[in-house]
Write a protein that binds this ligand. Structure first.
Ligand SMILES: Nc1ncnc2c1ncn2[C@@H]1O[C@H](COP(=O)(O)OP(=O)(O)OP(=O)(O)O)[C@@H](O)[C@H]1O
Ligand SMILES: [Mg+2]
Length: 238
């Protein structure tokens, strides 16, 4: 393990500058994120660990443009996102970011195929092109024979693979996963992790929030959050 005093490479994907995310509850201010500085380069594999309530999901939601800082700046791929209008943010999120959640967040009434097709439809891609993109990806994810199944007809591992398919359909640069194996047994969890790591090796920047120490230790860069702050940021030795 080597402690990182400063980023080893120049950060070229993510730059958080003094980011706060405060929630006001009555007269109490919850500092979910407190003056967070973070630089991430293209292609990194990062795990985020830390106690419950330490701000891991809040950090991921901000990185994923699902939430906005109360203060500070977030630069993603050279663009300052803090001042983007809602529509522009949504479009930017669609093209740059894939998000995978613990509870899959699939649309229950839509088949596996339709769930994966959704981002392509939103992006206005033609039916022919959609079909051409979905088929090989389903095969790769090992769910081609489940294409017409509804989420409830799939196992947890299969659901998560559909969710990963949906997340990477638009070929985002950044893949964010919040407890992606949290609802899975060890075997399907391991499959999901291997899939995420394979995507990382192909170039996608991967950030995984996890309570699972074994899983967290697999990442090259390991961040530990405590009370809304980055308490530790280390590079694992090879
Ligand atoms: N919408 C909200 N309103 C008020 N407080 C919030 C809100 N979202 C999060 N918080 C608070 O912010 C803090 C950080 O929450 P967050 O969900 O980021 O934690 P976490 O590290 O992901 O925890 P866990 O491991 O349990 O998922 C917590 O104290 C939480 O109660
Ligand atoms: Mg969380």
């Amino acid at each position: 393990m080597t402690f990182m005093s400063s980023p080893v490479e120049a950060a070229d994907l993510v730059e958080l500058k003094s980011v706060d995310r405060h929630f006001q509850l009555g007269d109490q201010t919850v500092k979910a994120l407190d003056a967070v500085d973070l630089s991430i380069s293209c292609g990194e594999y990062i795990s985020v660990m830390g106690p419950s309530g330490s701000g891991k999901s809040t950090l991921l939601n901000i990185l994923g443009l699902l939430d906005q800082p109360s203060r500070g700046e977030y630069i993603l791929d050279g663009i300052s996102t803090t001042t983007l209008k809602d529509k522009a943010r949504a479009a930017y999120r669609q093209s740059e970011i894939g998000f995978v959640f613990q509870s899959y967040h699939l649309i229950p009434r839509m088949t596996a195929r339709a769930n994966m097709e959704l981002p392509l439809m939103l992006a206005g891609i033609s039916p022919k092109e959609r079909a051409a993109r979905i088929k090989p990806l389903m095969e790769r994810l090992g769910i081609a024979d489940r294409a017409e199944h509804l989420p409830k007809q799939l196992s947890g591992g299969q659901r998560q693979r559909v969710a990963i398919g949906r997340a990477i359909m638009m070929k985002p640069k950044l893949l964010l996963a919040d407890e992606p194996t949290g609802n899975l047994d060890t075997a399907s969890g391991t499959e999901v992790v291997k899939l995420l790591e394979e995507l990382n090796r192909e170039g996608i920047t991967l950030i995984v929030v996890t309570h699972d120490l074994e899983l967290g230790k697999r990442a090259r860069r390991q961040i530990r959050m405590v009370d809304g702050r980055i308490a530790q940021d280390v590079l694992a030795g090879n």
